[in-house]
Design a protein around this ligand. Sequence first.
Ligand SMILES: [Zn+2]
Length: 322
Amino acid sequence: MKDLPVRRLLLVHAHPDDESINNGATMALYAAAGAHVTLVTCTLGEEGEVIPPGLAHLAPDREDRLGPHRVGELAAAMKELGVGDHRFLGGRGRYRDSGMMGVEQNHREGAFWNTDVDEAAAHLVEVIRSVRPQVLVTYDPDGGYGHPDHIQAHRVAMRAADLAGERAYRRDLGEPHTIAKIYWNRVPRSVAEEGFDRLRAAGTRPFPAVGSPDDVPGVVDDARVTTEIDGSAYADRKAAAMRAHATQIAVEGPFFALSNDLGQPLFTTEYYELAVGTPGEGHGGRERDLFAGIPLPDGGTVPRPAGEAVHGAARGAAGGAA
Ligand SMILES: [Zn+2]
């Protein structure tokens, strides 16, 4: 691809909706700042549970049309985040959602969990060598919470990052490219606890019950978190993107719930652990920019979109003006 922006960010996720929940504010921020943001989603999320009763007929045990429906939800979410480059690993429908750990769908033909990691990674190598991102965001080795597709997304992303840089590997997939920094999605335990305190203080309405930090993928001790991205100026964008995944997420103000009906806080500062690469300069110990420390042709560091205030951050005086 010719003439891409200087900063290029690649995110690898398991299902449509994971990107908006984990990284929606980060994606909106970097897209608005002029970075090239590429999302690769590994499955169509065919095995998800459907929240709105009116769409229950799409479910895998009924019409099994949830996958194509979620393609549309993802496209709408990307519009909200300002991200134009979103792809499915190996092409749309190549890999199927494997369902939760232990279910028979894990072993189905074509299930992502059942797929050879190197074979799947080759598709991602082609994307990496084409877009040439400096930064990759994905899950930790446990996939954040043990879902087979999330674990597999981690394995495929890490393997592809290795292979993309190997000079001898598959030159038909493009010129070798080494990704400078790889991050895993995280939530600091103190932030998760504080978020649930807020939710409890607000009463359980409108959700039947309140979750706990154990229900949030990627929660770790604060000390492991190397990087935080303040996306509060893009809170509205993130909430809108999450709403676009209407079969999967119910958003209510600064909270949301998945199909388990457990209320959770919606985080607009998003957190990361630098897993590969050299940390850049931090503030208060944590990096504030995924590209920190990476030599870039324009020499810039923290991206601040020139027109940040106009980019929809209605609750913005607090977020923007500095
Ligand atoms: Zn997922």
